[in-house]
Design a protein around this ligand. Sequence first.
Ligand SMILES: *Cc1c(COP(=O)(O)O)cnc(C)c1O
Length: 820
Amino acid sequence: MPVTKERFRQEYITKLELMYGDDAGHTSSLEKYNALVSLVRDYLAQQWKKTRAHYRRTGTKQVYYFSIEFLLGRLLGANLFNLGLTEICREALAELNIDLHELEKIEEDPGLGNGGLGRLAACYLDSMAAKNLPGHGMGIRYRYGLFEQRIIDGYQREFTDDWLMDGFYWDIRKPAEAVEVRFGGRVRIKSNGKTQYIHENYETVLAVPYDVPVAGYRNGLVNTLRLWSAEAKLSDIACHSDESKDCQKAVEFNHAVEEISNILYPDDTTYEGKVLRLKQQYFLVSAGLQSILRNYKEQNGHLKELPQKIAIHINDTHPVLTIPELMRILIDEEKLEWDEAWKITVETISYTNHTILPEALEKWPVDLFKQVLPRIYMIVEEINEGFCRSLWERYPGEWDRISAMAVISYGQVHMAHLAIAGSHSVNGVAALHTEILKHKVMRLFYEFSPEKFNNKTNGVTQRRWLAQCNPPVAALITDTIGAEWIESPQHLIKLKQYVEDSGFQQYLSRAKLQNKVMLAKYIKGKYDISLDINSIFDAHIKRIHAYKRQTLNILHIMDLYNRLKDNPLLDITPRTFIFGGKAASNYHIAKATIKLINSLAQTVNNDKSIHDKIKIIFMENYNVSLAELIIPASDVSEQIPTASYEASGTGNMKFMMNGAVTIGTLDGANIEIKNAVGEENIIVFGLTADEVLQYYRYGGYNPWDVYNSDQRVRTVVEQLINGFLPAGKEVFRDHYDSLLHQGDHFFVLKDFASYVQAQNILEERFRNKARWLKMCACNIAHSGAFSSDRTFSEYAAEIWGVRPQRLGNGNGNRSTGPVN
Ligand SMILES: *Cc1c(COP(=O)(O)O)cnc(C)c1O
């Protein structure tokens, strides 16, 4: 029976009153929100049940996407949207004098991720469900998120991200499906005929799953994101005597266990922190695999067929212990021989590399590893021996090559090497990134097994990142070309024929302006800064990192400000520079960058002499919800990393999809965006990746040359330390030194002139309204290629070998067949 407005209202009232034992008029907003979530979850549950039954009945191959982060964003709007109930719900609530939008805002962003890698995992879940694919997530249910960022006196301050404080009504605790994960202890080898490995004296942690439904777009399919929580076993924490000392110990033990799923990315600068991170990774992997295999064995025959039934994908190296853990289960528990177990493991597992930053390529000290995971370490050693043997056969006598590729070398376990050795597919996340992997960072591995390497350029879901977050533009698109783009983003290309249509352009301009008004209102309310909505909204939102070069943006703004001060009559289009992003809590210079942005904002925003021609806003606590507000309102997308550093980027894709024009370097997916939209619809500048890598290799760049030859550079760099900024002269000394005395590793000064020129071109383009709107429209029209529906269909066909499923029709609000 389809859900009508009438039925929705009835069921909602009943739900609200039953949950809180009072009449609806006496419930709080939070209670109204909770009841709505509970009702929507009921609708999802019906489809969930059907989907699970379908999977069991057909025994179709399942994909499990293991990721240390899932940056989901709010779920209420997304679930209503995917169920096709947004309008029904809005109207039903309106009849009760409840504003859906207000309830949506009550939801905390789940603290389960940090940046692009986590958001990618979330986009893939959405796309897999939308494309009728049996794909599930496996993650950790962190009690606290990374941190909540607040800006105090211009500095980032970190507060506990207590996202679960008011409860989380989307997941379902499944204590009956808990599994045990073992740490520490030692391994006894028993040898009577067949060698057996007996793991003893270990500590047991209970892994309890919480399942979050992941709905497809109006297709009746609901997949599962399974999040694991660490708990102590009841028998381990019970007080056995009356002595309070014992009880005290039990409580302490309980805390130590729960710490495993307490927080995302515990500080790993200490030994204890490192141990905790390794424990976390193994916890996810072991719990996830045990539950997958338990389910598999209930339904299928021999484990030999595992790769035909199950695909496991690891999102970066954090879950790479799936490889030795699967080996452990197959050998120690299922009694398979090594070679057979290895074949199954490699065929089951595939790996995505996300970065070439050396500090992000994970390594663990052997001693620590051995102590925390003694049996897993033995298996890794054996994997290493086998791998080195095969290298030796291929490259006899080439010791240097072999030790550079070994899984264990110089007292460390190299997680990326383990990932490549133990999986059948290794992919990069944009064309350039994959080339750099193949020919530079992972060159030796590529030479050894070229068939494993492939590219899967990232994507973002157009449902969240256009249809939901940008209603005015989404409505315009649907009015113009129909609604197919919501499930098949390649249809967006049909907009091409309207990009010069003045009627269309006017509507687009109006829609963008509506978004700008919304953002301006939010900023006025929160920061008491008034924005000119006709100014260029120029956004640089992403984690704060030296390679992402927020500093380059800042130096350009300083130069622009200097020009205005020199010539108050200078005719520039007013600009609003919007920043947002967190700096890792131990990353000092990135934290100083936040202070730099805020100090410059203080100077510029309060300088009456420039007549509000520049405004700078740092928006605190950047997260998915904030991105959903900023991106639709932006005219310009800042994607300016040092070329070769940004593996792909996904922020760049969200912006183009919303009609912002990119100013960017030729890095990551920016290159593919340029190829898609054409040179005339993007503004590129700066060194290429090849040039950057050449400089690293052969030298030849001296920032002092730029400093000495470019007066503008000299001025802005000196302004960092000469008291120009209201922050004390030493606050930005590290920036100054890194630019001049430490070689300007990220080529900020080198790219300065070219960036300023690009900004001037951009401004010129903006003045020609029709030209600018055409650029915006072309960006939207070509964004279908950057949908995660496309990306992940490639994963499904080329890596996992899974097929779209045919299920009943969702809510009955629309009838569609399966999507192919
Ligand atoms: C998309 C997104 C990112 C990734 O942005 P990049 O610009 O690709 O670094 C990070 N955080 C949030 C909240 C996002 O939505």
